[in-house]
Design a binder for this molecule. Structure first.
Ligand SMILES: NC(=O)c1ccc[n+]([C@@H]2O[C@H](COP(=O)([O-])OP(=O)(O)OC[C@H]3O[C@@H](n4cnc5c(N)ncnc54)[C@H](OP(=O)(O)O)[C@@H]3O)[C@@H](O)[C@H]2O)c1
Length: 375
């Protein structure tokens, strides 16, 4: 027996449990210690059990992939079983645990969180449906997840909000996001609130939407300012929170640069080598709102009047908390080709990209020129 133990520890030293593998979570409310073992990677056991509400969405898939790769058991609550299937191979056998849930059911939420030491809430919707308005998803739903997690003794909660969340915003989406944050903090005072800017990536509603419906991005003459952030950078921050001490505060994650929709239209046009930009009409706000109202009569999501309002709102200019988190956010130009190449034709598929000039550079140059002229 002793020989067998010696042999095991020699052959696979990483699999031997040691005292230093015992991790007690910061602000742990007396629950189980976290014991990690095994070689690093897919087949490791990080000891953590994590619940990711909103795992079936855009950000959710990247977060689940990152934490499952570290050997964490991930509870993936789903409404439609097919929507969670792609998550299954992201972790080792038995490590991805799908569970059906309804955001209105305390019992189902409790069942999803009762074994977890961290709960992530990524649930959000940028349009309202017959059954769920912004209030029920961003406020009532967020509060319920926070309250039930607190009742079940979950040590940590990470709630994803929005960079522009503000109670005084003219957009109902941003208002409810702010109200949701307040309710979450009241129900779970040590929660970490994450506020990402508009995210871009393979399944985003930013670059893909610009490539498919450029005219919607010419609202406000394309002058609305946006701070796009890479979805994988946000997912990395969320995944890293698992191993960092409790951060009971709000962290803003805007992209590294402030750009205009006009620049993004130029960028997408340049990368996809399509000149749609010049042909796209500029729709006045009143007409856009009227079209959006009429569009709500169909049962699939189309641009809502609230989204038209958001197209006229600049992103909040709060500084980002990236340095503290040890991550440098990626500039959109570095990845635009990877995400947009599929919109190119076969003739131009491999052509190099000539990136448009950044608006900030243009304005700096015009300032320099006007200064030179007046001198
Ligand atoms: N995407 C962005 O650019 C951006 C920017 C800033 C902040 N955020 C915030 O970041 C979070 C994640 O964004 P995302 O882009 O990944 O969102 P997403 O792709 O729209 O996914 C949203 C997730 O929420 C779930 N959900 C929505 N309504 C629900 C309901 N009534 N009951 C239960 N689940 C519901 C969806 O589940 P189903 O699959 O079952 O529908 C899905 O898993 C959200 O809170 C969003 O507001 C996003």
């Amino acid at each position: 027996m002793i020989l067998l133990r010696v042999q095991r520890s020699l052959v696979a030293p990483g699999t031997k449990r040691a005292y230093h593998d015992l991790i007690t979570l910061p602000a742990n409310t007396g629950s189980k210690p976290i014991v990690s073992h095994g070689p690093p990677g897919y087949s490791a056991v990080s000891g953590h059990t994590v619940t990711v509400f909103g795992c079936t969405g855009f950000l959710g898939r990247y977060l689940v992939s990152k934490i499952a790769k570290m050997g964490t058991q991930v509870i993936v609550p789903y409404r439609d079983e097919d929507e969670a299937r792609h998550l299954k191979p992201m972790g080792d056998l038995g490590q991805i645990v799908p569970m059906e849930w309804d955001i209105r059911s305390d019992a189902q939420i409790a069942e999803c969180v009762r074994h977890s030491d961290i709960v992530y809430n990524l649930v959000g919707r940028d349009y309202e449906t017959k059954n769920f308005d912004f209030q029920s998803v961003h406020v009532a739903g967020a509060e319920k997840i926070a309250a039930v997690s607190a009742q079940c003794g979950v040590p940590r909660l990470v709630h994803v909000s929005h960079l522009n969340a503000s109670a005084s915003s003219p957009s109902k989406f941003y208002q409810t996001k702010a109200l949701g944050e307040e309710r979450v903090k009241a129900a779970f005072p040590t929660a970490t609130i994450i506020r990402p800017g508009a995210m871009y990536g393979f399944e985003d509603k930013l670059l893909n939407n610009i490539a498919m419906s450029p005219w919607w991005w010419k609202l406000n003459r394309g002058q609305t300012q946006i701070r796009p952030v890479h979805v994988l950078d946000v997912a990395q921050v969320l995944a890293d929170l698992m191993a960092t001490p409790q951060m009971s505060r709000t962290l803003s994650l805007p992209g590294p640069s402030t750009l205009t929709y006009e620049y993004l239209l130029d960028l997408v046009s340049a990368v996809t080598i399509r000149s749609f930009h010049s042909y796209a009409p500029e729709v006045p706000r009143g007409i856009a709102t009227a079209i959006a109202k009429v569009a709500q009569s169909v049962w699939w999501p189309l641009m809502s009047p609230d989204e038209v309002t958001r197209r006229y709102l600049n992103d909040s200019d709060v500084p980002g908390d990236w340095a503290e988190l040890g991550i440098t956010p990626t500039e959109i130009e570095a990845l635009a080709l990877m995400y947009l190449r599929r919109y190119r034709s076969t003739d131009t598929y491999t052509d190099p990209v000539a990136f448009p000039t950044r608006p900030s550079l243009v304005s700096i140059l015009s300032l320099v020129l006007s200064a030179q002229q007046s001198a």
